[in-house]
Design a binder for this molecule. Structure first.
Ligand SMILES: *Cc1c(COP(=O)(O)O)cnc(C)c1O
Length: 416
């Protein structure tokens, strides 16, 4: 493939402004030229899967209060709100592509292990297609209420196992193999192809001016891997003239990548496989420690990220960085995102908390041009939000004012 950058940029813009079909409207399929795993000599509607063109219709926004909070100049700082997808998370980008491939191989059953957003997305696409059965494997008790509600409502078969996400991930792979089910976790390479469009929209939204940093939360590291590809390919083809550094933000309680990258200093290599042996050794150590991931940011509560090798490659290619943040830092950052009239779920706010950490530690300065990805919608996890605001111990809490139903008492309370 040797695409012509200027012609393609024009074509993408034209599809957006004058859509001829739902595939031109779709923020994923608008960029179909760079996701070339389907035979394009056929009628697109026979092949491509889409939620009526609604997936991936996102772009980067400037949020001045968040910029101030993280310590960057507001015209140098953007957040891309992937919560604006049909099922409320970035997963719809990948699911459109993964489902397309599932249909190409005539799958009639699909499965995933999920902390909630993959399952919501997969269940919705399955419901929309109508002739595909969805099986969702979840750990017990950790899935947030909004995501569980979606998964059940869209009619997926929900299998709740005793264990955490890492257990569910292992189980779904074994069951899918046994039953011939098409697996739609982010180890699915086609899903990652779809997630590349998050970066295309980001660059398009910045008029192809390349930021210094692209920051995302790290869970199973599907985005990290997809972003690596989405940046290095256009760089090679001349769409952009420099590579931003990818910054992955872990939660302190689910910091496997941080430990591997910053403590063990394991790096990807093209020439040998030593890094792979070192990861195996490290995972044995995690097992010996009986390590279990634990964070309020349930979407990134993952101990053994399935895309670790691909993510290490993305970090290598883009000279990336990895940082970890506490649950408190995540929730404070989330509250500030809310103060801009936006909102996100806890895992997403790790992007913001991570950038703040980098400015505070002097690793980047106020002139750095950074874009953070807000991965999921605020209403995915209302419990975390309400608990934060009810406790006045939290820095940005906004607890309800409790007063008797009495005008004088209310006026008195409001004048305080
Ligand atoms: C899935 C998910 C993540 C983690 O993304 P990975 O690609 O698995 O690293 C982060 N935030 C939200 C809201 C998610 O749904």
């Amino acid at each position: 493939m040797n695409p012509d950058p200027e012609l393609l940029k024009e074509a993408w813009q034209h599809r957006k402004e004058h859509p001829q079909s739902i595939y031109d409207r779709s923020g994923v399929w608008r960029f179909r030229d760079l996701l070339h795993f389907y035979p394009d000599n056929k009628d697109l509607s026979q092949i491509l899967v889409s939620m009526d063109g609604e997936e991936g219709r996102t772009k980067p926004f400037m949020l001045s209060k968040v910029a101030e909070y993280v310590g960057l100049k507001s015209n140098n700082f953007y957040l891309q709100f992937e919560g604006d997808n049909p099922t409320g998370s970035f997963k719809d980008n990948g699911m459109a592509a993964g489902f397309t491939h599932a249909k190409m191989v005539n799958a009639n059953k699909v499965a995933c292990a999920s902390t909630g957003n993959t399952s919501s997305s997969m269940a919705a696409f399955a419901a929309n297609e109508g002739d595909i059965n969805a099986y969702v494997f979840m750990g017990s008790g950790r899935i947030s209420i909004g995501k569980l509600a979606q998964t059940l409502e869209y009619g997926a078969n929900a299998i709740q196992i005793l264990g955490d996400f890492d257990d569910a991930m292992k189980t779904v792979q074994a069951v899918s193999k046994e039953m011939g089910i098409y697996l739609l976790n982010s180890l699915n390479a086609y899903r990652l192809e779809g997630q590349k469009t998050i970066i295309y929209r980001l660059l398009e939204g910045l008029k192809w001016e390349v930021p210094d940093l692209v920051v995302c939360p790290g869970g199973n590291l599907g985005n990290t891997s997809a972003f690596g590809k989405a940046l290095t390919e256009p760089y090679k083809w001349g769409f952009i003239d420099k590579l931003p550094r990818i910054v992955v933000v872990n939660a302190n309680g689910a910091n496997t990548l941080d430990r591997i990258y910053n403590e063990e200093k394991i790096r990807w290599s093209y020439t040998d496989d030593l890094w792979n042996d070192k990861i195996k050794e490290f995972y044995t150590k995690l097992d010996e420690e009986n390590f279990k991931a634990h964070t309020i940011a349930s979407a990134i509560e993952i101990g053994k990220p399935i895309n670790l090798p691909k993510a290490l490659r993305a970090l290598y290619e883009t000279k990336g960085m990895v940082v970890s943040v506490s649950d408190q830092e995540i929730l404070d950052a989330k509250a500030i995102v809310g103060r801009n009239g936006f909102g996100c779920e806890p895992a997403s706010a790790a992007s913001v908390a991570g950038i703040k950490k980098l400015t505070e530690e002097g690793i980047i300065d106020k002139d750095t041009f950074a874009v953070g990805i807000l991965t999921g919608h605020q209403l995915k996890d209302p419990k975390a939000t309400i608990e934060y605001h009810k406790s006045s111990a939290n820095k940005f809490a906004n607890p309800p004012i409790e007063v008797p139903n009495d005008i004088d008492k209310i006026l008195e309370a409001l004048r305080k």
